[in-house]
Design a protein around this ligand. Structure first.
Ligand code: GLN
Length: 245
């Protein structure tokens, strides 16, 4: 009896370790992604779920690496702190790689590029070029590269909003003369707000990448998965699904 019990126990132990090694069953580890789901087409809420380019690329990376993806929605300017404090495993939010941010987090290789756009009301006479921003009141999203760019412009008055949509609302109410924000979300905002338009004056080329805690061993794994997903066309397919040429 004792022998049988020992054998059953040994078998059980072996099964569990094989399962753990294979990473199957309900043992799959979760990875938390910090984002701000108010940035269509990269991340936005749809029927209570966060969808978009970043959500899908993150899902593909997690599938490849054998993790369960959990998306945590927060303000954009809380994402880096969530990552550095370990509350989130990575941040992905149409986030531009900047030297300043590199001081607090590591970035993966870029997965796409973006440019800053200027949104104005139809018939706007004061802001016709990027140069005109320096004599205008400009709405931006707090803590973004648009915020940094406009804050550096001498003469520009900056109004900061926690959401891009609130900056655009202020524009339609003529509380600001222009909004500076990334080009693809800018297109969505203009679609959703009659009487606004994008100035044909793109500026500031940027790279989007995923940020991780400094020294995280996940970064290399993410880069490898990302490279495979770029090489086999998955990244392009996801981007093309959300951004129609
Ligand atoms: N690309 C901009 C940045 O990284 C804006 C990102 C965002 O608002 N989600 O600052």
């Amino acid at each position: 009896m004792k022998k049988i019990l020992a054998a059953v126990l040994a078998a059980a132990v072996m099964c569990t370790s094989i399962l753990a090694l294979a990473g199957c069953g309900s043992e799959k580890k979760e990875l938390h992604m910090a984002t701000n789901a108010a940035f269509e087409p990269y991340e936005y809420q749809e029927s209570g779920k966060v969808v978009g380019i970043d959500a899908e690329i993150a899902q593909a990376i997690c599938d490849k690496l054998g993790y369960t993806l959990v998306i945590d929605d927060m303000e954009f300017d809380a994402i880096i702190t969530a990552v550095t404090s370990g509350k989130a495993d990575f941040g992905m939010a149409g986030m531009t790689v900047t030297e300043e941010r590199k001081k607090s987090v590591d970035f993966t290789d870029p997965y796409t590029t973006a440019i800053q756009s200027i949104i104005v009301n139809e018939g706007e006479t004061k802001v016709k070029t990027a140069d005109d921003l320096s004599k205008a009141t400009v709405g931006v999203q707090l803590g973004t590269t648009g915020d940094i760019y406009v804050s550096d412009l001498e003469g520009a008055k900056v109004e900061r909003f926690s959401k891009g949509a609130d900056a655009v609302l202020a524009l339609t109410q003529k509380k600001v003369d222009a909004v500076v924000i990334d080009n693809e979300p800018a297109k969505k905002f203009v679609e959703q707000n009659k009487g606004t338009k994008i100035l044909n004056e793109p500026f500031e080329n940027e790279d989007y990448a995923i940020c991780l805690k400094k020294g995280s061993e996940l970064t290399e794994k993410f880069n490898k998965a990302l490279k495979e997903l770029k090489d086999d066309g998955t990244v392009k397919k996801i981007i093309d699904k959300y951004i129609k040429a």
